[in-house]
Every structure is written in C-alpha cells, then in structure tokens.
Design a protein around this ligand. Sequence first.
Ligand code: ZN
Length: 183
Amino acid sequence: MTKALLIIDYTNDFVADDGALTCGKPAQALDGYLASLADKFYLNGDFVIFPTDAHRLHDPFHPEAKLFPPHNIIGTPGRDLYGQVGKWYGEHQNSGLVYQFAKNRYSSFQNTNLDNFLRERNIKELWIAGVCTDICVLHTAIAAYNLDYEITIPRAGVATFTAHGDEWAFDHFKNSLGATIID
Ligand code: ZN
C-alpha cells in the first residue's frame, strides 16, 4: 500500500541557529535521519510531502501574530528547507513523488488540499515528522486521526522547544490518536 511521509516545517526559521522561531539543536539533530527516511520512502515509490508554513510579513489579523515572532515569511530564506533535508528536496522536487504544500495554520490539512491529494492517490498511511512535536506535528496528527488516516510517528524524526511538550505530545499520539510510535 502506498504511504506518505510528511516532513512539517523543517525550515531555516524553525531549525537553524539564527532562525526566527527556532527549536535549535534538537531540530538540527533530525536532519540526517529525515533525509535518509525521505530517501527510503522515495526509493519505495512512496510520497514525501513537505507541509510548510507560508506567512505574510505584516498580517496583524493572523492569530499567530499575537503568539510568535514573524516566521516562514513567503519569499525569504527563513522559509527555505534546512540542511540535508533542503538539499534532498532540491534534488527530488520534480520526481513526481515529492511535493511541498504551503500551509497557514498548524494543521497541514487546514486550508490546503492535502486530504484530496492523499485520497486521490489512495494513501491511508501517514508518517508524520518535522517540527514542532507539540504544535504543527500535533495538530496535523489530530486532523489525520479525524480523517481516518493510520498514523506513525518516529521519535527520531520530531522535535520541539521543551522536553515536557515532547513527552506530552507522545502520550497523546499513542493513547488518544492510536499512533504507532517508532522508538
Ligand atoms: Zn506559523
């Protein structure tokens, strides 16, 4: 059965030391694993999808404007995918198995056609990775659960700002969303 790997928000702003909203070292530590996981999916004929925040610079009406500094602004290097993952995307983006989805909310399904895209390809199994575990990964996993997808979350593929946030999110993935956790 065809499956898809979602690598969420793995951009310079969320990952690099000088990123606008960075998770820092814990996020940087995922780079090699995510690039090799992407390769594994790709070589198996599965899809690799990059749901990526796309914000406008001056948008006081967006709810995140009250919560976070400006990040992933359209057209800035901060929105470019980070490191080896970014390089991997550059090399595979035209392969027919690799897609970037611009999103403007925490959930990768909100205001995007990701659900249609997956259903058209008969994809029911999702691996969800990237950052941040307890924000965009969590909201995407909840949406995926409500849309009846089977969810797998690799511990080595997600990171967030606090250990507490990570721990809480994994309890929720496992106990409330029925996700398979890869330790
Ligand atoms: Zn955002």
